[in-house]
Design a protein around this ligand. Structure first.
Ligand code: UDP
Ligand code: MG
Length: 340
């Protein structure tokens, strides 16, 4: 074994992992009444077959349909089901944060409720975890279930993100992964309000490995993302993990200044050689408008960061819990985890 192999070996000396870890299946749900039963039944089957104890932590992200009553109903007959209900729709990232705060397992597996993340993968994730990996993430072997335009834009995003950010996020990996308790505790300790989970998962580090899988089409219901939401999500991700968009304006400004200087020299030389020339309206307008556009754009970028700074400084909680339910009953407030 070469030296390089030894340092990448996943085994931490002396570490003992539980033989049958408690798996917290963490599921954010937003208007998904059709999918809940399918999801719980399919996942339970897999976990029971593999002999793995699990708990379900559902985070109801302000659903307006029958999702919450359905979840409470399921929790009545199944003590493994816990429901964290948020006071309104806070978005998937906030819902995941709430779920991480309320999960008690030795490992946590965030999953979509629509069965696009196959539960059959959990035992395979655990195999890698037993080998010593702390984060085992699912890699979509093909994105056949996505539209071609979504595939293309997603590809651009990953390339841009990884070029601009020091934190690398693996391409075609979603939130579907297995996270060891140590990493969960680090994630919970991160104070930021702007929670681009894919980035944070990667930022935490530890020994990580990908497991390829085929992403199934949605089992029921419809996607909660439109292009505008995805675009904002992409900007959130980039801006919270890179300051390159801020710095780039220094160079753009320097380049424009240099060009203007050269152009000024040319004009002066022309005056000396050929005398004063009056026409020049078109070139003047072009330059003024161009510089104006560049200035507005760079101001906009500064605004993006300032806006996020504003959100962080206000220090509002990432989510607000309305109630936590187990066995069909609402739990006392002491069972709730609220973020300061
Ligand atoms: N979701 C959520 N809050 C939101 C939007 C989505 O909790 O504001 C949940 C949704 O219920 C689902 C998961 O996030 O369990 C993934 O959403 P979806 O399947 O619509 O995304 P896609 O798979 O199309 O990317
Ligand atoms: Mg989905």
């Amino acid at each position: 074994m070469s030296e390089a192999d030894r340092t990448t070996s996943p085994v931490r000396v002396g570490e003992k992992r539980p033989v049958t870890p408690l798996v917290s299946v963490l599921v954010p749900v937003f208007n998904e009444e059709e999918s809940i039963d399918l999801f719980i039944d399919a996942t339970s089957r897999v976990m029971e077959r593999a002999g793995l104890p699990c708990e379900f932590v559902f985070v109801n992200d302000g659903s307006t349909d029958g999702t919450l009553p359905r979840l409470i109903e399921r929790s009545r007959g199944d003590p493994r089901v816990r429901v964290v209900s948020l006071s309104r729709n806070f978005g998937k990232e906030a819902a995941l944060t709430a779920g991480l705060d309320h999960a008690r397992g030795d490992v946590v597996v965030p999953m979509d409720v629509d069965l696009q993340d196959p539960p059959e993968l959990i035992p395979r994730f655990l195999e890698r975890w037993r080998e010593g990996y702390d984060v085992v993430y699912g890699v979509r072997a093909s994105r056949a279930s996505d539209t071609p335009s979504k595939r293309m834009t997603a590809g651009w995003f990953y390339r841009l993100f990884n070029r601009l950010s020091q934190t690398r996020i693996p391409e075609n990996a979603g939130d579907f992964r297995l996270i060891d308790r140590r990493a969960v505790d680090v994630l919970r300790g991160l104070p930021e309000r702007n929670r681009f989970m894919k980035g944070l998962f990667a930022w935490v580090g530890f020994r990580s490995i990908g497991v390829p899988y085929e992403r199934a089409p949605r089992a029921a219901g419809t996607t909660k993302w439109n292009y505008w939401r995805l675009w904002n999500f992409a900007i959130d991700g980039l801006v919270s993990f890179s300051t390159v968009p801020l710095r780039v304006w220094t160079y753009a400004g320097a380049l424009v200044a240099l060009c203007s200087f050269v152009y000024a020299l040319i004009i002066v030389a022309r005056v000396f050689l050929f005398g004063v020339e009056v026409p020049g309206y078109a070139s003047l307008m072009t330059v003024v408008l161009f510089i104006g556009g560049v200035q507005l754009l760079s101001l906009g970028v500064i605004g993006e960061y300032l806006g996020r700074l504003f959100v962080e400084v206000k220090g509002r909680p990432v989510y607000v819990v309305d109630g936590v339910y187990q066995s069909g009953e609402i739990l006392p407030a002491s069972e709730r985890v609220d973020r300061a």
